[in-house]
Write a protein that binds this ligand. Structure first.
Ligand code: NDP
Ligand code: GDR
Length: 360
C-alpha cells in the first residue's frame, strides 16, 4: 500500500461496520485517524478495540472523541481540534425498518447531521483544506425506475431513512457547488461482512444458520424473501470511499457489484454452507423452508418484518467508478456468504449464544 503519512482523517460512525473497516484501511495508509463515538451505557467499541492504543503511549495515531451528529457545537469543536484533511461521514441511524419507527430522529441524525458537518467546514474556514465524503446509499433509488441503477438514475426514496439520505445527498452537492468544497457522495449498494450489524438481514441469516447448526436455535423468522439486493463486501467498499477523495475533482459515484440476489437465495446458500439444502413450500406469509432430511421447519415468514414500503430490486452499475477510480469489487457473493457463515460458527463456538433478543 502507498503511504499518505501525516494526513488526518475524521470518521463519524467509527464504531459501525464501515467505520471500523475504513479506520483500519486508513491507518495502514499512514493516516492519523480521529473517530467520533457516542456515549453508551455499555461499551460499543468492539469493532475497533484492536485499533486502539493507550493515548499515553508514543506514536499513537488513532484517537476517539465523544460526539453526536445531532450536536452541532460538539461537531464544530471536534473539527476545529482535529483540523482534518478528510472527513468521512458514516454516522447514521442506518436501519431502514427502524426509520419507520423513529422518522424524526433519523432525519435529525442522517439529514441534518450531514448539514452540521458541512457547516462546520464552512464556519471554520476549512473549505479549501477539508475534503468531505458522504455515505449515500442505493436506498435513494428506492422504487425501481431503471435497472441497473447508476449515477443518472432518478431517485425515489421509499422510507424515512432514504428520504433523510436524499437531503444529505443534495446538501452535499449544494455545498460543493456553492462553496467549492471537495465533497463526494458515495452511492453505495448493500455491503456486508462478519461484523455487519446483527439486525440486517444477511447477518441475521448467517447468525441463525450457525445457531441452528449448533442446536442453539430452532427457526429463523424473516420478512420479505423476494426482495433482491446487490450485496458486496464492506472491505472492498471502504477502499472506494478513500479513492473518491484522492481525485483531481470531487464527484458522485455508484459502488456496487453488478450482481443481484433475493433474500431467499441468500438463505439457501447460507444453509448449504452448513450442509443443509432447504426445500421451500407454501407461498407469501405461509412460505417455509424445510430441512428434507429431518422434516424440520427451519425458516418461516413473519409479517412483522415486512416494511410499509419496500425496495424490491437493487442492482448497481459501477462503470463510472471502474473507469475513473480504477475500483472493482474483489469478493464474490458466494465468498461473502461463506465468510459470514464461517465467522458466525467460530464466534458462537468460542463465545456461546450471547444474543437474548430476536433481531429485526
Ligand atoms: P452501522 O449501523 O454499522 O454504523 C452506524 C454508525 O453510526 C455507528 O458507529 C453508530 O454509532 C453511528 N451513529 C448512529 N447515530 C449516530 C449519531 N446520532 N451520532 C453519531 N454517531 C451515530 O452502519 P454501516 O457501517 O453499515 O454504514 C455506514 C454508513 O453508510 C451509514 O451512514 C449507512 O447509512 C451508510 N450506508 C451503508 C450501507 C451498507 O450496506 N452497510 C450501504 C449504503 C450506505 P453506535 O455504534 O453508537 O450505534
Ligand atoms: P436494507 O438492508 O434495508 O437494504 O438497508 P436489510 O438487510 O435491513 O434488508 C434487506 C432486505 O431484506 C428484507 N428482509 C429483512 N430485513 C431485515 N433487516 N430483517 C428481516 O428479518 C428481513 N426479512 C427480509 C428487507 O425487507 C429488505 O428488502 C441496508 C442498510 O445498510 C442501509 O443503511 C443501506 O443504506 C442500504 O442497505 C443500502
Amino acid at each position: 500500500m502507498t503511504s499518505s503519512t501525516n494526513k488526518v482523517a475524521l470518521i463519524t460512525g467509527i464504531t459501525g461496520q464501515d467505520g471500523a473497516y475504513l479506520a483500519d484501511f486508513l491507518l495502514h495508509k499512514g493516516y492519523i485517524v480521529h473517530g467520533i463515538k457516542r456515549r453508551s451505557s455499555l461499551l460499543n467499541t468492539a469493532r475497533i478495540d484492536h485499533l486502539y492504543h493507550d493515548p499515553h503511549e508514543e506514536k499513537v495515531n488513532f484517537f476517539l472523541h465523544y460526539g453526536d451528529l445531532t450536536d452541532a457545537t460538539n461537531l464544530i469543536r471536534i473539527v476545529q481540534e482535529t483540523q482534518p484533511d478528510e472527513i468521512y461521514n458514516l454516522a447514521a441511524q442506518s436501519h431502514v425498518q427502524v426509520s419507520f419507527e423513529t422518522p424524526e430522529y433519523t432525519a435529525n441524525s442522517d439529514a441534518l447531521g450531514t448539514l452540521r458537518l458541512l457547516e462546520a467546514i464552512r464556519i471554520l474556514n476549512l473549505t479549501k483544506k477539508t475534503k468531505f465524503y458522504q455515505a449515500s446509499t442505493s436506498e435513494l433509488f428506492g422504487k425501481v425506475l431503471e435497472t441497473p441503477q447508476k449515477e443518472t438514475t432518478p431517485f425515489y426514496p421509499r422510507s424515512p431513512y432514504a428520504a433523510a439520505k436524499l437531503y444529505a445527498y443534495w446538501i452535499t452537492v449544494n455545498y460543493r457547488e456553492a462553496y467549492s468544497i471537495y465533497a463526494c457522495n458515495g452511492i453505495l449498494f448493500n455491503h456486508e461482512s462478519p461484523t455487519r450489524g446483527e439486525t440486517f438481514v444477511t447477518r441475521k441469516i448467517t447468525q441463525a444458520v450457525a445457531k441452528i447448526k449448533l442446536g442453539l436455535q430452532k427457526t429463523l423468522y424473516l420478512g420479505n424473501l423476494d426482495a433482491k439486493r446487490d450485496w458486496g463486501y464492506a472491505g472492498d467498499y471502504v477502499e472506494a470511499m478513500w479513492l473518491m477523495l484522492q481525485q483531481q475533482q470531487s464527484d458522485d459515484y455508484v459502488i456496487a457489484t453488478g450482481d443481484t440476489h433475493s433474500v431467499r437465495e441468500f438463505v439457501d446458500l447460507a444453509f448449504k454452507n452448513v450442509g443443509i439444502t432447504l426445500e421451500w413450500t407454501g407461498a407469501g406469509v405461509d412460505e417455509t423452508g424445510i430441512d428434507p432430511l429431518t422434516g424440520k421447519v427451519l425458516v418461516r415468514v413473519d409479517k412483522r418484518y415486512f416494511r410499509p414500503t419496500e425496495v424490491d430490486l437493487l442492482l448497481g452499475d459501477a462503470a463510472k467508478a471502474r473507469q475513473k477510480l480504477g475500483w472493482a469489487p474483489k469478493v464474490s457473493f458466494e465468498e461473502l456468504v461463506q465468510q459470514m457463515v464461517t465467522a458466525d460458527l467460530n464466534l458462537i463456538q468460542q463465545h456461546g449464544n450471547t444474543s437474548k433478543f430476536l433481531p429485526d
